[in-house]
Design a binder for this molecule. Structure first.
Ligand code: 2BA
Length: 109
């Protein structure tokens, strides 16, 4: 068995969860926050038999897309009379960041 841990963008999460569930694949949705942008994203946890791993990855691929986000840098310390213009920096965020882990044991009690 494998545990798929996929970090996806909030806009894609609902469609992704729907597509997984309607294919009979169990999924848990966790609200999360990216360390770099400090913006909300969603972490999906899915435990599946190895034979369905490709299907899970395909569903995530089909439902998640890359987008550009903007990060406004925080102002540095400035001397009196100096000015800081915070120009937003464009950052490309991937459709999904996916980790696939081997599951040692799986129990439903
Ligand atoms: P964030 O950490 O908010 O990162 C958002 C995007 O900012 C990243 O997109 C990447 O394009 C850029 N970025 C991240 N760290 C950077 C840095 N130190 N310098 C310059 N640019 C940086 P993605 O790579 O597609 O990642 C999307 C989200 O997936 C991340 O949100 C984070 O929540 C998660 N993630 C990505 N790689 C990870 C990893 N190795 N371990 C754990 N979570 C990860």
């Amino acid at each position: 068995m494998k545990l798929v841990c996929a970090i996806v963008q909030g806009e894609d999460a609902a469609a992704c969860v729907r597509a997984l569930s309607s294919s009979g694949i169990s999924v848990t949705r966790l609200q999360s926050t990216g360390g770099f942008l400090q913006q909300g994203n969603v972490t999906l946890l899915t435990g599946v038999d190895e034979s369905r791993l490709d299907q899970v990855l395909q569903i995530i691929r089909e439902n998640c897309r890359e987008r550009n986000r903007y990060l406004t840098p925080s102002p540095p310390m400035v001397e009196a009379g100096e000015m800081f213009m915070p120009y937003p920096v464009e950052v490309q965020v991937g459709g999904a960041t996916i980790f696939v882990l081997n599951v040692e044991t799986f129990q439903r009690l």
